[in-house]
Design a protein around this ligand. Structure first.
Ligand code: SF4
Length: 345
């Protein structure tokens, strides 16, 4: 049994499907990346796992955390688990923090709620955690209000709060996207070290292939609310079988300035349809050069080598990596993936 098992997850907005049959797993202390363009269903997947879908959306399927079905759990039980067994880091730290509460109290609050810590114990641990996330004077930061901190500092506070209870799983949704480019790498590095130190697994959600490939051991590629490809990061990036994954990789390489990947994924050819407007059959067929009549039917995930799987009637031939316009940049993504995988071997 994996730490997190998502099986046949479907989310509807009214009668419109937003996620369809999404299945993947995250092992204990494993780092898994959920990658895809905006509108592919990544954040909805995170919200469904966390039990935070808006009232207008309904979820079916199963989401098991350490064997417990979160979709079947009561709201009270899900609230108990959030912050304790599963923690969240969202894109915008400002909205995650209470503007009227001092930072130290916010970090300590998690320990008071979930661990029954006294006010004094919670404060001491909050100061320790603020030191751990890199503040030189954690006592002073503990006394500060969120508006007195920079965006990067606020996200460090959110990270300290997220790992306070040593959760089994941290779900981080675009955790560096709202930050200055200069601090993105530091915060990502810190996130990685914190989850390792806490023994937590990480589900990292991003449109940024460089971020995900350098951090995660496995990848899940999402588009149109469906999983199109998944497997070990190095396998998927060195030998992408789905045309969409290959497009992401080639595009990431193309936007590099040659001194390394910027990693932003601009739209591939064509644009991502809005919710409810994805084609029937293969959801990628209105953007795919390989589309033919066979693609009017829905392709299922097929096995490749190992646990590498992809959903395509006409997959790329194995060993045929995409031909990026900037070879150096493409190598950089794959090398990052190899580092992420190698460190766990
Ligand atoms: S199933 Fe067809 S349309 Fe879909 S990705 Fe494969 S070749 Fe392209």
């Amino acid at each position: 049994m994996s730490l997190l098992d998502v099986e046949g997850l479907c989310v509807d907005l009214g009668r419109v499907p937003v996620l369809s049959e999404v299945s993947f797993s995250v092992g204990t202390a494993e780092r898994v990346g959920l990658i895809g363009e905006s509108g592919s269903g990544k954040s909805v997947t995170a919200l469904a796992i966390l039990g935070l879908l808006p009232a207008s959306m309904t979820a079916r399927g199963t989401v098991r955390l350490e064997g417990e079905d979160l979709l079947a759990a009561s709201e009270r039980r899900r609230a108990q688990l959030r912050g304790d067994r599963v923690a969240m880091v969202f894109q915008e730290p400002t909205s995650a923090l209470d503007p009227l509460m001092r930072v130290g109290r916010q970090v300590g609050e998690v320990l008071r709620i979930h661990r029954g810590a006294s006010r004094r114990q919670a404060h001491a641990e909050a100061v320790r955690l603020l030191g751990r996330v890199g503040f030189a004077d954690p006592e002073a930061i503990a006394r500060a209000f969120p508006h007195q901190l920079s965006g990067g500092q606020r996200q460090r506070v959110v990270l300290a709060s997220a790992v306070a209870c040593r959760p089994s799983l941290v779900v981080a949704d675009e955790p560096t996207t709202a930050l200055d480019v200069t601090v993105q790498a530091q915060v990502l590095d810190l996130l990685r070290h914190l989850v390792e130190e806490s023994g937590s697994a990480l589900l990292l959600i991003s449109h940024d292939l460089a971020v995900v490939s350098s951090t995660c051991e496995r990848l899940v590629v999402l588009y149109g609310g469906r999983v199109l490809e998944l497997g070990r990061t190095a396998e998927v990036l060195e030998d992408p079988r789905h045309p969409y994954t290959a497009g992401l990789l080639a595009t990431a390489a193309a936007v590099s300035d040659g001194s390394g990947l910027r990693g932003r994924l601009p739209a591939l050819a064509g644009s991502v349809p809005s919710i409810g407007a994805f084609p029937s059959g293969c959801v990628y067929r209105n953007r795919c050069e390989r589309a033919d009549e066979a693609c009017l039917a829905l392709p299922r995930l097929e096995s490749g080598q190992g646990d590498h799987r992809f959903a395509c009637w006409h997959p790329l031939e194995t060993g045929r990596a995409p031909e990026p316009r900037t070879g150096e940049a493409s190598q950089s993504v794959v090398q990052g993936a190899n580092r992420a995988s190698g460190e766990k071997r």
